[in-house]
Write a protein that binds this ligand. Structure first.
Ligand code: NI
Length: 177
């Protein structure tokens, strides 16, 4: 396995629509998935979409570390040719960053619960009805497949800033409270 180079905001591959994966079990797809998981964990990040490593195909990897979720942790997994369904109108503001936009964060409106489906490299179905961080990551990564970055979904730009500055500001607010 090897680490892949991550495309940063401004690269055209990040704002184009990715193509369906014709053969999820192909050796080059399995290799790509393994390399993407290694790259995501090394970064470190909790999700990575193929366009972020200069491959305009509809697949992403993610994992949910126990310390980041109130729910069960989920080991690294791939979702190939995903479909996403929004069945509940409730949106919440989620803090997001992106490996393609290093050092920055913003609050982004996202659906609280979603359904998604796709396959893994063996053609097994993956997905389900999810909420919380799981739903958040899937919406963020799915957006990458349509050439959408989280910055395009920000509605309150006063929340957009450098991660360290935002953390300092939150700390000083907490101290003042
Ligand atoms: Ni991202």
């Amino acid at each position: 396995m090897s680490l892949l180079k991550i495309a940063r905001m401004g690269h055209p591959v990040l704002v184009q629509r990715a193509e369906a994966v014709p053969d999820p079990g192909a050796p080059e797809i399995r290799r790509l998935v393994a390399d993407m998981i290694e790259t995501m964990i090394d970064a470190p990040g909790i999700g990575l979409a193929a366009p972020q490593v200069h491959v305009p195909l509809r697949l992403f990897v993610f994992h949910l570390p126990r310390e980041r979720t109130g729910e069960a942790a989920a080991p690294p997994a791939v979702v190939i040719n995903p479909v996403l369904e929004f069945f509940a109108p409730e949106q919440v503001l989620r803090w997001e960053g992106c490996l393609s936009i290093p050092g920055l964060r913003a609050a982004v409106p996202r659906y609280e619960r979603i359904r998604y489906a796709g396959v893994d490299c063996d053609g097994n179905p993956v997905g389900g009805e999810v909420g919380g961080l799981h739903a958040n990551v899937v919406q963020h990564e799915y957006d990458h497949l349509d050439g959408i970055l989280y910055t395009m979904r920000v509605t309150d730009f006063t929340t957009f800033g450098f991660t360290d500055e935002l953390a300092r500001a939150a700390e000083s607010r907490a101290e003042a409270a």
